[in-house]
Write a protein that binds this ligand. Structure first.
Ligand SMILES: Cc1ncc(COP(=O)(O)O)c(C=O)c1O
Length: 395
């Protein structure tokens, strides 16, 4: 089956964060929303059908996750990443962000140092700060348009830190960390008994020509210091179903995490979340390969458009995710001016780079998981606004 990602779908009045909260977030209800990380594509038919089939049964009482749900996850990991996982290692969380917070609370103490690598997905910061742990920035380095980890600094920080929250692949800079990079990280973790929470929610969104490496598979000696978080939500556009997995091989660590979480009684989840997750992992390969090709073409489209029509915007080529990290610093605007200009003049809603912490100054994140016509509209609107600005400044 050939899927049609060019189809425009009206998402307004569906309680969509991306569309229906524009009036609050951007103070402009008609801004073209290219921000929050969900897709404007249809959730695939095989997932919708599985949900509709279950919804047709008239009772939505208490449910548990069946064997077939776990088997679908296990098979997916084996096939996609050659990662052998056992059922007992897989725990449920109503989202990866909640799971990050659970891990911080269950495995660290107030005052502990927790390392994050900005610019990075901003809920990492709150997961540390809101629980009175100390945020330690191991800011990424950028050279010739490519980001890397500052290992020299990390070696120092790891002496006293208790935990590192890794974004693998990295949102927003789009790196799919290499085996060498992850091996170096694993060595630091081992040497310092540093617990690593590897957020791998974007693992399936590694773009053609790149590869995802599961951090837990890098070094078997790491087992007692590694927790992996994963979900079908980003990959198959299911974020509204709030379902994710936490994978912990080491029994002691799993027990520690689970004791905390089970006391909160949040592991029931949502019946439709597990139906959708199972359907995604049982049937998703073909759809995923098609959507990744479409996203990859969208990324190439942005790259060509900017090179041709807005060369002052520096494009950081992503290896993974459907977000592009764009550098607007050549325009010399403050972050506030840039944000206001893009909302009010270009009429597009992007994520401000500064929200992703140090290193985000002058940047914006654009979401390209949308039909190409919508992407073109956003880019043209941005080009027209900058053309107008140049014109006004020259007059
Ligand atoms: C790195 C990362 N982790 C977690 C999430 C969200 O996870 P969830 O919706 O399962 O809480 C996102 C969403 O953009 C993300 O980019």
């Amino acid at each position: 089956m050939v899927y049609n990602f060019d189809k425009n779908i009206d998402r307004t009045n569906t309680s969509s964060v991306k569309y229906d909260l524009r009036k609050f977030i951007f103070k402009k209800p008609d801004v073209l929303p290219m921000w929050v990380a969900d897709m404007d594509f249809e959730t695939p038919d095989f997932i919708r059908e599985a949900i509709i089939k279950r919804a047709a049964h008239p009772v939505y009482g208490y449910t548990f996750r069946p064997e077939s749900y776990y088997q679908a996850i296990i098979n997916w990991f084996q096939k996609r990443f050659n990662w052998r996982v056992e059922k007992d290692w897989i725990l449920f969380s109503p989202g990866v962000v909640p799971a990050l917070n659970f891990a911080v609370l269950a495995l660290t103490n107030p005052g502990d140092e927790i390392i994050v690598q900005p610019p990075v997905y901003f809920p990492f910061f709150t997961a540390v700060k809101e629980h009175n742990r100390q945020l330690v920035y191991n800011q990424l380095l950028i050279k010739n348009g490519k980001y890397s980890i500052n290992f020299d600094q990390l070696e120092e920080q790891a002496h006293t830190a208790r935990m590192l929250i890794l974004c693998n692949p990295h949102n927003p800079v789009g790196r799919a960390w290499s085996k060498d990079e992850l091996s170096r990280l694993a060595d630091i973790s081992l040497k310092n008994n540093l617990l690593v929470i590897s957020d791998e929610i974007h693992a399936d969104l590694v773009l053609p020509g790149n590869q995802h490496h599961v951090f837990a598979e890098i070094n078997p000696a790491l087992d007692s210091n590694i927790i992996t978080m994963h979900a079908a939500s980003k990959t198959f556009n299911l974020a509204g179903l709030a379902s994710s997995s936490v994978i912990i091989k080491d029994e002691t660590l799993r027990e520690q995490f689970n004791t905390y979480v089970s006391r909160l009684h949040v592991d029931m989840g949502n019946l439709f979340g597990f139906v959708a997750t199972q359907a995604a992992f049982e049937n998703g390969e073909d759809w995923l390969s098609q959507v990744l090709n479409y996203i990859s073409d969208n990324i190439a489209y942005v790259s060509d458009f900017l090179a041709d029509q807005l060369p002052k915007v520096n494009f950081i080529k992503p290896e993974a995710t459907y977000m592009i990290w764009l550098d607007f610093s050549a325009f010399g605007m403050s972050d506030e001016e840039l944000k206001s200009f893009l909302i009010n003049k270009a009429k597009i809603g992007l994520n401000s780079g500064i929200d992703f912490g140090p290193g985000g100054e002058g940047f914006m994140r654009i979401n390209v998981a949308c039909p190409r016509s919508l992407l073109r509209q956003g880019l043209e609107s941005m080009r027209d606004a900058f053309t107008q600005l140049f014109h006004e400044n020259n007059v």
